[in-house]
Structure formats: C-alpha cells, structure tokens
Design a protein. Structure first.
Length: 146
C-alpha cells in the first residue's frame, strides 16, 4: 500500500486533574499527516512561551501511540493500553522522570480519512510525586484545498 500525505489542521487539548482542580492546555497549528496501512504519523510545530518552536511527531498504531517532541523541550513518550511506560522530559529548567500508565486509547478516522480523533486517558507520576490523571484529545482535519 502506498503512503499518503495530507496537510492537516491540528487541535490538541490536554486536561490535567490535580486535587479537584483542572489545568487545560491547548495547542493548534498546521501540520502533515502521513498514512501507510494502519500506521499514522502526524507532524506539527507548536510555539512555546516567547515564540520558541517545538516540533511534535505523533505515531499512531493499533495498540500504541508514540509522542516525540524536540526543540527547547524534548520528550519521547509511549502510550500502550494497560501498560506502564517511562520517559524523561527535558526542558530549560531541568529534567523530569515520568511514569505513564495508559487506561484508554482510541483512534477514530472518517471513512474518507479527511479527519480523525485520538483520545488517551492516562495517569502520570513525575519524579515520584503523586500521580495525576490526564486526558488527551487530538483532532486533525484535512486542510481545504481551495
């Protein structure tokens, strides 16, 4: 099967539950979606504080998702339902050890593959502190070709 590449608009929202409080993070931008068989690779750039770019590459497969971030921050995070995974998050202020346990992972795509949605529910322990529940929702939609 041939690989397919599309320009897409990306919207990524994460919600962190922390002692009854909710912290929301939203990222939007333009990116590319590469598809080959059941493997989807989404690339896009986000702008951090002070207009610093961070590159994101999200690989979606049947039972796992891999998020790689490079730039002023770097991270290599894997999500697999029912499994504990570990990674290191590096940023200008130091390094954080993360333990991630994925409770739910779903990826749905329209039949014409013009848009899709990825949902992940997981918990994270950072540097051995109390775990916090996270919700990640990623939506992508093919850019209009006008």
């Amino acid at each position: 099967m041939n690989a397919m590449k599309k320009k897409v608009n990306v919207k990524l929202q994460t919600v962190i539950h922390d002692n009854g409080q909710k912290e929301y993070n939203d990222v939007q931008g333009a990116g590319n979606l590469f598809q080959k068989g059941n493997k989807h690779v989404l690339t896009f750039e986000e702008t951090m504080d002070e207009e610093i770019p961070v590159k994101n590459m999200i690989t979606i497969q049947a039972n796992s998702v891999h998020i790689k971030r490079t730039g002023v921050v770097s991270m290599n995070q894997r999500f697999q339902t029912g499994q504990l995974t570990e990674n290191v998050y590096k940023h200008p202020y130091g390094t954080i050890h993360m333990e991630t346990y994925t409770t739910k992972l779903e990826h749905h795509q329209k039949d014409d593959r013009s848009e899709g949605k990825l949902s992940i529910l997981y918990t994270v322990k950072m540097n051995g502190q109390d775990e916090r529940k996270h919700e990640l929702e990623l939506r992508y939609k093919e850019e209009d070709s006008e």
